[in-house]
Design a protein around this ligand. Structure first.
Ligand code: 13P
Length: 252
Protein backbone atom coordinates (compact mmCIF):
# COMPACT_ATOMS: atom_id res chain seq x y z
CA UNK A 1 0.00 0.00 0.00
CA UNK A 2 2.97 2.34 0.52
CA UNK A 3 4.70 3.35 -2.69
CA UNK A 4 8.43 2.52 -2.62
CA UNK A 5 10.66 5.60 -2.67
CA UNK A 6 14.26 5.63 -3.85
CA UNK A 7 16.11 8.93 -3.43
CA UNK A 8 19.70 9.74 -4.29
CA UNK A 9 21.67 12.00 -1.98
CA UNK A 10 24.57 13.29 -4.05
CA UNK A 11 26.13 14.98 -1.00
CA UNK A 12 28.96 17.36 -2.03
CA UNK A 13 29.54 15.64 -5.37
CA UNK A 14 28.97 16.48 -9.04
CA UNK A 15 29.22 20.05 -10.31
CA UNK A 16 26.84 21.37 -12.95
CA UNK A 17 28.57 19.66 -15.89
CA UNK A 18 28.62 16.25 -14.23
CA UNK A 19 25.10 16.74 -12.91
CA UNK A 20 23.82 17.40 -16.42
CA UNK A 21 25.56 14.29 -17.73
CA UNK A 22 24.14 12.03 -15.02
CA UNK A 23 20.59 13.41 -15.30
CA UNK A 24 20.71 13.11 -19.10
CA UNK A 25 21.71 9.46 -18.70
CA UNK A 26 19.09 8.71 -16.05
CA UNK A 27 16.26 10.30 -18.01
CA UNK A 28 17.06 8.17 -21.05
CA UNK A 29 16.72 4.93 -19.06
CA UNK A 30 13.74 2.71 -18.56
CA UNK A 31 12.88 3.20 -14.88
CA UNK A 32 10.14 1.49 -12.87
CA UNK A 33 7.04 3.68 -12.89
CA UNK A 34 5.78 2.11 -9.69
CA UNK A 35 8.65 3.55 -7.70
CA UNK A 36 8.79 7.15 -6.50
CA UNK A 37 12.22 8.38 -7.51
CA UNK A 38 14.18 11.48 -6.62
CA UNK A 39 17.60 13.08 -6.49
CA UNK A 40 18.75 15.56 -3.87
CA UNK A 41 21.55 17.59 -5.39
CA UNK A 42 23.96 20.38 -4.41
CA UNK A 43 22.35 23.85 -4.43
CA UNK A 44 24.28 25.02 -7.51
CA UNK A 45 22.95 22.06 -9.52
CA UNK A 46 19.29 22.63 -8.68
CA UNK A 47 18.20 24.83 -11.59
CA UNK A 48 20.11 22.80 -14.18
CA UNK A 49 18.61 19.57 -12.87
CA UNK A 50 15.14 21.15 -12.73
CA UNK A 51 15.37 22.31 -16.35
CA UNK A 52 16.47 18.92 -17.65
CA UNK A 53 13.86 17.00 -15.65
CA UNK A 54 11.07 19.35 -16.71
CA UNK A 55 12.02 19.01 -20.35
CA UNK A 56 11.87 15.19 -20.30
CA UNK A 57 9.24 12.57 -19.89
CA UNK A 58 10.46 11.34 -16.52
CA UNK A 59 9.15 10.53 -13.06
CA UNK A 60 12.37 11.65 -11.38
CA UNK A 61 11.80 14.58 -9.01
CA UNK A 62 14.45 16.65 -7.34
CA UNK A 63 15.21 18.27 -4.04
CA UNK A 64 17.84 19.84 -1.83
CA UNK A 65 20.04 18.39 0.89
CA UNK A 66 19.40 21.10 3.45
CA UNK A 67 17.66 24.44 4.00
CA UNK A 68 17.22 27.08 6.69
CA UNK A 69 13.83 27.44 8.34
CA UNK A 70 13.32 31.18 7.76
CA UNK A 71 11.90 32.50 4.48
CA UNK A 72 14.43 35.27 3.92
CA UNK A 73 16.75 37.62 5.73
CA UNK A 74 20.28 38.06 7.00
CA UNK A 75 21.37 34.41 7.10
CA UNK A 76 24.55 34.41 5.05
CA UNK A 77 25.13 31.20 3.15
CA UNK A 78 21.67 29.76 3.70
CA UNK A 79 18.84 28.77 1.35
CA UNK A 80 15.16 29.17 2.26
CA UNK A 81 12.10 26.97 1.79
CA UNK A 82 10.49 29.64 -0.42
CA UNK A 83 13.54 29.59 -2.71
CA UNK A 84 13.28 25.82 -3.01
CA UNK A 85 9.54 25.98 -3.60
CA UNK A 86 9.95 28.66 -6.28
CA UNK A 87 11.98 26.25 -8.40
CA UNK A 88 9.53 23.40 -7.73
CA UNK A 89 11.81 21.32 -5.54
CA UNK A 90 9.88 18.42 -4.06
CA UNK A 91 12.13 17.12 -1.29
CA UNK A 92 14.54 18.43 1.27
CA UNK A 93 16.81 16.15 3.28
CA UNK A 94 16.90 17.28 6.91
CA UNK A 95 18.92 16.13 9.87
CA UNK A 96 21.42 14.08 7.91
CA UNK A 97 24.07 12.68 10.26
CA UNK A 98 26.75 14.60 8.37
CA UNK A 99 24.93 17.87 9.12
CA UNK A 100 24.44 16.85 12.73
CA UNK A 101 28.09 15.93 13.12
CA UNK A 102 30.09 18.41 11.02
CA UNK A 103 27.72 21.39 11.19
CA UNK A 104 26.49 20.82 14.73
CA UNK A 105 22.82 20.77 13.86
CA UNK A 106 20.78 19.74 16.87
CA UNK A 107 17.27 18.33 17.20
CA UNK A 108 15.79 21.72 18.07
CA UNK A 109 17.05 23.24 14.82
CA UNK A 110 16.09 20.17 12.80
CA UNK A 111 12.57 20.33 14.26
CA UNK A 112 12.23 23.97 13.12
CA UNK A 113 13.38 22.96 9.65
CA UNK A 114 10.92 20.04 9.48
CA UNK A 115 8.01 22.31 10.48
CA UNK A 116 9.11 24.95 7.99
CA UNK A 117 9.48 22.44 5.13
CA UNK A 118 5.99 21.08 5.80
CA UNK A 119 4.41 24.51 5.95
CA UNK A 120 5.99 25.28 2.55
CA UNK A 121 4.74 22.05 1.05
CA UNK A 122 8.17 20.47 0.71
CA UNK A 123 8.58 16.80 1.62
CA UNK A 124 11.10 16.50 4.43
CA UNK A 125 13.28 13.41 4.33
CA UNK A 126 14.17 13.26 7.99
CA UNK A 127 17.32 11.28 8.75
CA UNK A 128 17.84 9.52 12.06
CA UNK A 129 20.29 6.89 13.21
CA UNK A 130 22.74 5.76 15.85
CA UNK A 131 26.53 5.65 16.04
CA UNK A 132 28.43 2.38 16.30
CA UNK A 133 29.10 2.82 20.01
CA UNK A 134 25.43 3.56 20.67
CA UNK A 135 24.54 0.34 18.89
CA UNK A 136 27.19 -1.68 20.70
CA UNK A 137 26.05 -0.34 24.05
CA UNK A 138 22.45 -1.31 23.27
CA UNK A 139 21.27 2.30 22.99
CA UNK A 140 20.35 2.43 19.30
CA UNK A 141 16.59 2.50 19.83
CA UNK A 142 16.75 5.09 22.60
CA UNK A 143 18.80 7.33 20.33
CA UNK A 144 16.45 6.98 17.37
CA UNK A 145 13.39 7.42 19.54
CA UNK A 146 14.73 10.59 21.10
CA UNK A 147 15.63 12.01 17.66
CA UNK A 148 12.18 11.23 16.26
CA UNK A 149 10.30 12.65 19.23
CA UNK A 150 12.29 15.89 19.16
CA UNK A 151 12.50 16.32 15.38
CA UNK A 152 8.76 15.74 14.89
CA UNK A 153 7.61 17.91 17.79
CA UNK A 154 4.44 19.83 16.82
CA UNK A 155 4.14 18.04 13.47
CA UNK A 156 0.38 17.54 13.11
CA UNK A 157 -1.60 14.42 12.38
CA UNK A 158 -2.36 15.82 8.91
CA UNK A 159 1.31 16.54 8.18
CA UNK A 160 2.98 13.39 9.44
CA UNK A 161 2.01 11.24 6.47
CA UNK A 162 4.00 13.54 4.16
CA UNK A 163 7.20 13.06 6.13
CA UNK A 164 9.65 10.45 4.85
CA UNK A 165 11.87 9.03 7.58
CA UNK A 166 15.29 7.72 6.61
CA UNK A 167 16.88 5.33 9.09
CA UNK A 168 20.59 5.70 8.50
CA UNK A 169 22.84 3.94 11.01
CA UNK A 170 25.91 6.19 11.03
CA UNK A 171 28.33 3.27 11.04
CA UNK A 172 26.88 2.06 7.73
CA UNK A 173 27.18 5.35 5.84
CA UNK A 174 29.89 5.34 3.18
CA UNK A 175 31.63 2.43 4.89
CA UNK A 176 30.49 -0.41 2.69
CA UNK A 177 28.99 -1.98 5.83
CA UNK A 178 25.25 -2.43 5.53
CA UNK A 179 22.99 -3.16 8.44
CA UNK A 180 21.69 -6.69 8.07
CA UNK A 181 18.23 -6.67 6.57
CA UNK A 182 16.89 -8.05 9.88
CA UNK A 183 18.50 -5.27 11.94
CA UNK A 184 17.32 -2.60 9.48
CA UNK A 185 13.80 -4.04 9.55
CA UNK A 186 13.85 -4.24 13.33
CA UNK A 187 14.62 -0.51 13.60
CA UNK A 188 12.21 0.52 10.84
CA UNK A 189 9.45 -1.45 12.57
CA UNK A 190 10.37 0.22 15.84
CA UNK A 191 10.09 3.63 14.12
CA UNK A 192 6.68 2.75 12.73
CA UNK A 193 5.46 1.66 16.15
CA UNK A 194 6.73 4.94 17.54
CA UNK A 195 4.73 6.86 14.93
CA UNK A 196 1.68 4.88 15.96
CA UNK A 197 2.33 5.81 19.58
CA UNK A 198 2.77 9.50 18.71
CA UNK A 199 -0.08 9.61 16.18
CA UNK A 200 -2.42 6.78 15.24
CA UNK A 201 -2.18 3.36 13.64
CA UNK A 202 -3.54 4.79 10.40
CA UNK A 203 -0.82 7.43 10.14
CA UNK A 204 1.86 4.91 11.04
CA UNK A 205 0.81 2.81 8.07
CA UNK A 206 1.12 5.74 5.67
CA UNK A 207 4.52 7.09 6.67
CA UNK A 208 7.30 5.85 4.45
CA UNK A 209 10.51 4.70 6.08
CA UNK A 210 13.70 4.38 4.08
CA UNK A 211 16.91 2.62 4.94
CA UNK A 212 20.19 4.39 4.12
CA UNK A 213 23.80 3.26 4.48
CA UNK A 214 25.75 1.50 1.75
CA UNK A 215 22.60 0.49 -0.11
CA UNK A 216 23.55 -0.89 -3.51
CA UNK A 217 22.19 -3.07 -6.31
CA UNK A 218 23.49 -6.18 -4.49
CA UNK A 219 21.53 -5.64 -1.27
CA UNK A 220 18.51 -3.54 -2.28
CA UNK A 221 16.18 -6.46 -2.98
CA UNK A 222 16.68 -8.08 0.38
CA UNK A 223 16.27 -4.81 2.27
CA UNK A 224 13.17 -3.71 0.38
CA UNK A 225 11.56 -7.11 0.78
CA UNK A 226 11.14 -6.29 4.46
CA UNK A 227 7.69 -5.22 5.56
CA UNK A 228 8.67 -1.92 7.13
CA UNK A 229 11.41 -0.78 4.72
CA UNK A 230 9.75 1.30 2.02
CA UNK A 231 12.75 2.61 0.17
CA UNK A 232 16.30 3.82 0.26
CA UNK A 233 18.29 7.01 0.65
CA UNK A 234 21.35 6.37 -1.43
CA UNK A 235 24.71 8.11 -1.31
CA UNK A 236 27.59 6.60 -3.28
CA UNK A 237 25.50 4.36 -5.52
CA UNK A 238 23.37 7.32 -6.67
CA UNK A 239 26.33 8.96 -8.40
CA UNK A 240 26.34 6.55 -11.35
CA UNK A 241 23.41 6.00 -13.71
CA UNK A 242 24.06 2.28 -13.86
CA UNK A 243 23.85 1.62 -10.11
CA UNK A 244 21.14 4.19 -9.37
CA UNK A 245 18.88 2.85 -12.13
CA UNK A 246 19.35 -0.67 -10.75
CA UNK A 247 18.24 0.57 -7.34
CA UNK A 248 15.11 2.19 -8.78
CA UNK A 249 14.43 -0.98 -10.74
CA UNK A 250 14.99 -3.21 -7.71
CA UNK A 251 11.88 -5.25 -8.32
CA UNK A 252 12.58 -5.99 -11.97
P1 13P B 1 26.07 5.77 1.25
O1 13P B 1 25.00 5.14 0.40
O2 13P B 1 27.19 6.34 0.45
O3 13P B 1 26.50 4.87 2.36
O4 13P B 1 25.38 7.05 1.96
C1 13P B 1 24.18 6.89 2.61
C2 13P B 1 23.66 8.22 2.97
O5 13P B 1 24.20 8.90 3.82
C3 13P B 1 22.49 8.73 2.23
O6 13P B 1 21.99 9.89 2.81
Amino acid sequence: MRKPIIVGNWKMNLGVKEAKKLVDELTSMDLDKNVEQGICVPFVDLTTVKEILESKDTLISFGAQNMYFEESGAYTGEISPTMLKEINAKYVILGHSERREYFKEDDELINKKVLSALSHDLIPILCVGETLSEREEGNAKDKVSSQIKSDLKDVSKEEIEKVVIAYEPIWAIGTGKTASSDDAEDMCKYIRNLIEELYTYEESQKVRIQYGGSMKPENVKELLAKENIDGGLIGGASLKADSFSKLINFSK
